[in-house]
Write a protein that binds this ligand. Sequence first.
Ligand code: COA
Length: 535
Amino acid sequence: MYRIESKINTSSELFKSNKEDFLRLMAEYREKLNSVINGSTPSSVEKHKSRGKLLARERIDLLIDPNTPFLELSTMAAYGQYENQFPSAGIITGIGMVQGRETMIIANDATVKGGTYMKETIKKHIRAQEIAMENHLACIYMVDSGGVFLPDQANVFPDRFGFGRFFFNQARMSSLGIPQVAIVMGSCTAGGAYVPAMSDETIIVKNQGTIFIGGPPLVKAATGEIVTAEELGGADVHTSISGVADHYAENDRHAILICRNIFETLGHKVKQTLDIIKPEEPFYNPEELYGIAPIDFKKPVDAKEIIARMVDGSRFQEFKARYAPTVVTGFAHIMGYPIGIIANNGVIFSETSLKSAHFVELCTSRKIPILFLQNITGFIVGREYERRGIARDGAKFVHAVANADVPKFTVVFGGSFGAGNYAMAGRAYDPRLLMMWPNSRISVMGGEQAAGVLVQVKQDQLAASNKVMKAEDIEKLRNSILQKYDFEGSPYFSTSRLWDDGIIDPTDTRKVIAMGIAMSLNKPWDDTKYGIFRM
Ligand code: COA
């Protein structure tokens, strides 16, 4: 493969000022991230530690193989909502290596409202299970939770993807041979009791872990029986009398060791094969992404300059380089793994859609994963394009992406607007991971366009009754829409609501995608079957 020849002048004023602006965004990102990671109240942390318990992230550090990375997902879930009382939505999820196996770890953070589940906590737990199911990743549940956050019960309890889905997913995964292991390190109340009870193997910590369908206050209220938590559902009871748990641990560290020992006994795994080569750093320094990545979306950014700082040796086998240049397609390697890349390089025209759909077919026929690099304002509009069938050709692209059964990964490196989001494997198209950069924006259209549309609609309404909109009313409407889109288009707004799997530093993109591909190999990939492409 040829190396991409960069045209970027890293000494130019343009590069330097973009980098300065980007580093400001990075500083803001790190500050927000730190505020979340250290977001529990000091008193709750103190209480937790005084009980001899480790914090959720400390538990994960001990659980994963030494000197291996942990890809934490949606760290900023619930950020900016509920007066920031739920840092990380009270649950830590992510992919780490346990005995050499990519594993999904789901750990309650009891320092956040007793580890209870509100809307985003549920979404995050279920998303982690979805990833585990799709990639056949063994699951470890580090349970320390008071169950449902009772004031939010309507958002948590009864719906299809509510609390009950956890146990449904556990049963389905177990039936697929995806190991389910629970470590009960604290409370495990009511519905929560089913997390360990539905696991293949369960460990419980002495004088710390409890499992019961109804806690002591509920038992007293219901039957008048007075019983301590330990007598009702402690480690001793469950490992020697009820059999609800299988292994008795002295403390957190011991429990984690037992879990690692269990992982030594998991059976052999059939993996998807892939022609992996020796990893190589990009020829162009990934830190240069700070000087290149789009901040002002009005200025075009050559997607190849982004790719050059992401792929091994900056080498890229471009497909249809001379045709439909508003999308860049081609093959490369990321940390030795082969990958097909589709990157936006402008608006989507009919020929852009056809080129992209053709490239998706190449990837699915060769069984190569696809990376979608999104920086998209949307599909082209206007009479000429409608007449030439942009909707028909766009549908071919969407159809190909929806049915592509190789692992898809999506990174939003700029804007993600309109149906471009769909065609480029947005959340609704089941990419195995979807990550945002701190400069990214996501909404149905840009704020300017939305304000323009709504002002026009209002003016047309008034014109029908021979009225004219006053200039100050136009300005007021425009500003309110601009403000709303500015707020809601932020990557922090998106990640808070789990529209993505997290915000990442652009220089980490290679590592994250490589981990994603590695995890996807745990389940052999299906053959792709397409339906009818509208011709
Ligand atoms: N719903 C809402 N808030 C809850 C809660 C629940 N189920 N369980 C605990 N909390 C809140 C507490 O109000 C407290 O909030 P604050 O920090 O704003 O004061 C915080 O979580 C910590 O609770 P606390 O009892 O002080 O902590 P603890 O570590 O001593 O005990 C539990 C934690 C979870 C064991 C205990 O609170 C408990 O038993 N909760 C009730 C569990 C239950 O019955 N759940 C049924 C759900 S189906």
